[in-house]
Design a protein. Structure first.
Length: 266
């Protein structure tokens, strides 16, 4: 039986591939648990400096496993409470795991990101999508549910409320090219170029100072809830700390010596 998650290394870059292709990488419990385990390994391994997350087959992930054998089979007694417990204990933690990783995260969106797969894809720092890929939120018009795994949070901040609401209520597919034009993702590339382009970005991000991707995430998240004065104070506090870090000293030396900085491992 094939593993639901494939893991490999390309130098400093860890590569995770969702690998339940028969179900279009639906979020089975086995896949979710294995994904969390691999993210924990990356967090602990100081030789990893960037993560590339993608899917095998035709889809990135179509979200919850709605098959008759899946954990969300309609009519199951206590389905709502049991699913909410699973979200608290497992599914939601995938998103927070990604957001708390001390390394940059690149998603190579190889195909559909639907349902809960949208939240996982948008938890990345940089999303590069194949031209054939798309986002799809069937929750309201097809299932009578609301978007989850952070999709409402990410979409509102990345697209604005008007587009986020329309996508949610209409349930229309958002093509990768349009997603790039709207600013939801970094770029859209031809399908055959996806892997190379995404890996190149991950390798570039792997050269960043240690944990600065996490710093950047936290700064932008803070900005969403701060007044300008509060964010100015936040930035000042962080700069006070970072100016005394060895990465800044190396950056200045590299600037004066007209070379690229070489930052130490995390």
């Amino acid at each position: 039986m094939a593993s639901p998650i494939l893991f490999e290394r390309d130098g400093d870059v860890a590569i995770i591939t969702l690998n339940e292709t028969a179900k279009l990488n639906a979020l089975s419990l086995d896949l979710q648990r294995e994904l969390r385990a691999r993210l924990a390994d990356i967090r602990a391994d100081r030789t990893v400096r960037a993560l590339l997350l993608t899917g095998a087959g035709k889809a990135f992930s179509v979200g919850a496993d709605l098959s008759t054998e899946g954990p969300m089979s309609p009519g199951t007694p206590g389905l709502g409470q049991r699913t909410a417990d699973l979200m608290h204990e497992l599914s939601n933690r995938i998103v927070t795991d990604l957001r708390e990783l001390p390394v940059p995260v690149v998603v190579a969106l190889n195909g559909a990101a639907a349902g809960a797969g949208v939240g996982i894809a948008l938890a990345a720092d940089v999303v590069v999508a194949a031209r054939s890929a798309y986002f799809y939120l069937p929750f309201v018009p097809k299932l009578g549910l609301l978007p989850d795994l952070g999709a409402t949070w990410f979409l509102t901040r990345l697209l604005g409320r008007a587009r986020a609401t329309a996508l949610t209520l209409l349930g229309e597919r958002l093509a990768a090219q349009t997603a790039a034009e709207w600013g939801l993702i970094w770029s859209c590339v031809d399908d055959e170029q996806l892997r190379a382009q995404a890996l190149s970005l991950a390798q570039r991000l792997a050269r960043l100072p240690a944990a600065r991707a996490l710093d950047a995430r936290r700064a932008f998240d803070a900005a969403a809830g701060h007044t300008l004065d509060q964010q100015l104070d936040y930035e000042t506090t962080r700069q006070r700390e970072l100016l005394d870090a060895p990465e800044f000293a190396e950056g200045v030396r590299a600037f004066l010596e007209r070379r690229e900085p070489v930052f130490g491992s995390r």
